[in-house]
Design a protein around this ligand. Structure first.
Ligand code: IMP
Length: 433
């Protein structure tokens, strides 16, 4: 059986949680490999809503093993409350959750720094300490979960880091520093003791069980630290580029995987940064209201706009997508007209690719193609035959423009609200028909 990779093809919040939940029942292992508790994957199972920030979504299926791989940054307090929250709701993941021994920790001083950095120049982060935790990792000051094995060594490293952050806080930002070394040490060690059985060499485990794995990307391709709209991005490789370093698996491992990109039928983004198709007036508000576009981690209203096919085509290229899944087409049900962006005009010149330069991105004027709206409910439909002709026409255009097959539509938040658009996928052994 092939492995499956599920990636966000826009700026995050594409509805990956629901898709992963739906498809993961066919897999035996589900893996998160980048980001941390900045993610918020929402799933509705039997009318119960779950929002997972750290645990892979597939773990909601009782038989599935969940893996937190080395590319993630792990906030142990969030992890503990997520595990306990699931236990309270009758889902015990303790025996089937594995955590890579190479995973870096997010500690309270990372969250403090996130707040301080945001005060100076705002990216609009989730304030979960993600950027600073990766700064420490790449600056070789990070603390990994395997460091907790040696309690004395951990105590010294923690002390050193806390002093370093205290200096930044007091001398650069002139703020009072209130973090307490002992309480961070005690709480980290207490949680570590409760999860230490889960910590292991995860890349070896994945190599030994190399089939039937679902890799669950967080955020989206346009938030990727290298391929996204830098510096308005997250601090990990949230595109397919993060798979190998995020799991510790060799690049060749993914040769036979199936890569699916998830995109909304329109576009949203939270936080600051360029967004060429953003609608600032009434139409944007209408998309936000109809789509319930408020962040699942921070509750912030999301910025909304038309589907940006230039950006989507770029994502398809970066990730070499085998297929697209379009979510929330029903949000467009009442629109007279539906627009999609087919080119960017920058200083009077047209381009159909996403520029690297922030100043060029900020000068983009979107060129739209307008489609007639379908003015019919597509909410919850499960058969291709029920799709209005206008919606099918739009889907064909998306396929042609992005050179990627649209394999599925998600027509509502519940597990059973979806339809396949292809009877047989090119590579059908990924477990779906
Ligand atoms: P950070 O990941 O908290 O550092 O935030 C950096 C940028 O990524 C901000 O614009 C956030 O709003 C955005 N971001 C981070 N995680 C998510 C997510 O799961 N969905 C959507 N946007 C996100």
């Amino acid at each position: 059986m092939e492995n499956l990779v599920i990636l966000g093809a826009q700026w995050g919040d594409e509805g990956k949680g629901k898709i992963v939940d739906l498809l993961s029942e066919n897999y035996s292992v589900t893996v998160r490999y980048q980001g941390g508790s900045n993610a918020g994957h929402t799933v509705i199972v039997n009318d119960q809503k779950f929002i997972l920030h750290l645990l892979p979504t597939g773990i909601l299926h009782n038989e599935v093993i969940g893996v937190i791989a080395q590319g993630m940054v792990l906030d142990l307090e969030v992890l503990e409350s997520e595990i306990n929250g699931l236990i309270e709701r009758g889902i015990d993941v303790r025996e089937r959750l594995f955590i890579s021994d190479r995973t870096h920790l997010v500690l309270p001083y990372h969250k403090l720094l996130d707040k301080l950095f945001e005060k100076k120049s705002s990216i609009g982060t989730t304030l979960r300490g993600i950027g600073p935790a990766y700064m420490f990792k790449f600056g070789r000051k990070g603390i990994r979960i395997s460091d907790l094995e040696d309690a004395e060594e951990f105590r010294l490293k923690l002390k050193e880091n806390i002093e370093f952050v205290r200096e930044i806080c007091e001398k650069v930002y002139c703020e009072t520093f209130e973090l307490n070394h002992t309480s961070i040490y005690d709480s980290t060690m207490r949680i570590y003791e409760s999860i230490r059985e889960m910590v292991r060499d995860v890349s070896a485990f994945l190599l030994d069980n190399s089939e039937g794995i679902l890799f669950e990307g967080a955020q989206g391709t346009l938030l990727d630290i290298d391929m996204g709209t830098y510096p308005f991005v997250t601090s990990s490789n949230s595109s397919a580029l993060g798979l190998s370093n995020g799991t510790g698996l060799p690049p060749k491992f993914f040769n036979n995987s199936f890569f699916l990109g998830i995109a909304k039928a329109y576009t949203t983004r939270v936080g600051e940064g360029p967004f060429p198709t953003e609608l600032k007036g009434e139409e944007g508000d209408r998309l936000r209201d109809l789509g319930g576009e408020y962040g699942s981690t921070t509750g912030r209203p999301r910025r909304c706009g038309w589907l940006d096919l230039v950006a989507l085509k770029y994502s398809a290229r970066v990730n070499s997508l085998d297929g697209l899944i379009i979510t929330k087409p029903d949000v467009l049900d009442t629109f007279e007209e539906v627009k999609v962006c087919v080119a960017y005009e920058i200083d009077g010149e047209r381009t159909d690719t996403l520029p690297a330069s922030l100043s060029r991105l900020e000068r983009v004027k979107p060129v739209y193609r307008t489609f007639k709206g379908w003015k019919k409910s597509t909410k919850g439909i499960t058969r291709k035959e029920e799709l209005p002709a206008e919606a099918l026409e739009l889907i064909s255009f998306v396929e042609e423009f992005t050179e990627t097959k649209v394999v599925m539509l998600s027509t509502g938040p519940k597990r059973n609200e979806y339809l396949w658009l292809t009877e047989t996928l090119q590579r059908t052994n990924a477990g779906y028909t």
